[in-house]
Design a binder for this molecule. Sequence first.
Ligand code: ADP
Ligand code: ADP
Length: 247
Amino acid sequence: MRAPLALRGKPAPWRNPSPLPPELSELNLILLGPPGAGKGTQADRLSEDFGMPHVSTGDMLRAQVAEGTELGREAKGYMDEGDLVPDEVIVGMIADRLKDDDARDGFLLDGFPRTRGQADSLSQALSELDRRLVAALLIEVSDDEVVRRLAGRRVCSKNGHTYHVEFDPPKHEGVCDQDGSRLIQRDDDREETIRKRLAVYDRQTSPLIDYYETKGLLRRFDGTRAADEVHDHIRASLATLRLEEQL
Ligand code: ADP
Ligand code: ADP
């Protein structure tokens, strides 16, 4: 039998994308946690590890805003205020995305679901496709840490790759290591909007922690550790998931 993915002894495995072996079932995952917890950072790494798409509703919405579509124009007002975009806008977008070919063997949802209604819609959309979630990965950090992280977050204006001025600086200030594009600060990463987003998270999204715990899907991670450590912990946890599935 092959060793579980996370136990294979390669150095820096996130630099060696390893598609899911055929004998393993789909790795359908969601990432939960407050804004700034490091969901996008971990999703990038995990999607390199396992070769499945990182599906970020925030990135999808920002792409619609940049293209000036009707959906983007509707979403922008909510996003700038730190409010959630209405469920009906988001749910259709995700249901379509999960049917794409690259999501066939698994997906990592980042920033979705964010409400009980979205969680129910996801569960229904998956059961219609005869699929199911295998884990909800919760990354936990304090409110003060969130503010520190988001205030220092910088993103590539072209590919969305994320940096932090102090914790994960680019090689050259203000420039993306990956493609040389300009780094920008997101409009909603200002302190007053950050506080608002935290309140929205507490009220509308944090009830999903109990929701997934009750379903036996929740796995918790200490997000205050360095990004590499959080990544190692998640990989180790996914390896036990695989073992449980094989028992
Ligand atoms: P989210 O997707 O949950 O909003 P991000 O992955 O965009 O969060 O991370 C928010 C900011 O914090 C980014 O600037 C990122 O570089 C930084 N960051 C992510 N993980 C860590 C970590 N474990 N320690 C310190 N900074 C981190
Ligand atoms: P972060 O993880 O830093 O909070 P995201 O990039 O996930 O940011 O989301 C940015 C904004 O996009 C949110 O504040 C919200 O307005 C909107 N958004 C993203 N995902 C959803 C969702 N699933 N439901 C409603 N609104 C969303």
